[in-house]
Design a binder for this molecule. Sequence first.
Ligand code: IPE
Ligand code: IPE
Ligand code: MG
Length: 240
Amino acid sequence: MTEATNLPRHVAIIMDGNGRWATKRKLPRVMGHNAGMKAMREIVRRSSDLGVQYLTVYAFSTENWKRTQEEIGGIFGLLIKYVNQDLEELHEENVRVNILGDWSIMPENVREALGRTIFKTRNNTGLTFNIALNYGSRDEVVRGVRELAEMVKAGELDPADIDEESISKHLYTGKFGVPDPDLIIRPGGEVRLSNYLMWQAAYAELYFCDTLWPDFTPDEYETILRSFGNRERRFGGRNE
Ligand code: IPE
Ligand code: IPE
Ligand code: MG
């Protein structure tokens, strides 16, 4: 494994542009998702090789249920295929897989495949690979606030003790001990967060590019990560 020098500890990616990639080729959208899944596999490998500690990918948002049943089913099918095919390799590479989002409402076959993956890799200590699935920042904050309210109601928490740390702990990321992202990359040409890690992104560096996700290569990724090392992060203060 190549040792990381000044690379971001936590990289988050919005994997966007699969549909347009397929449309450009006159292919059905699901073929774009298939190509996107292959790109994801390569990015996970490169992250692990580079020594990135946390990689979080946006795979399906709380808003993506607005798509057709056909497309949604296609995305889930591809996800199952990915985890089944790559489970051994992920495990051998010491990768730990987590899901961020409410996946309890996913179809049984999806839950089964994901559950197996999470269980098998739970003690791995290399790259932590988070898949944001049925994930939305607002939904995540609502759930966290509701949990805190329940604790107040039960007399376990004083409202005066609710602070940034306690809110962070009650988000999906906090539950898995995942730190805030240092860098958020959005390929696909759109310049927006689309309800992704909005609380956690407070001081993240943001990188947008036009490459459609299926065309996003590990080399382009590595170049972005290395240039991140040159950015000056001030966190509101001044670096003299
Ligand atoms: C991202 O690609 C994958 C998901 C949202 C699941 P899109 O499907 O959004 O691709 P475009 O943006 O339509 O090209
Ligand atoms: C964001 O992409 C969600 C994922 C990549 C999973 P979308 O394609 O859903 O976002 P919008 O609709 O362009 O904002
Ligand atoms: Mg999109």
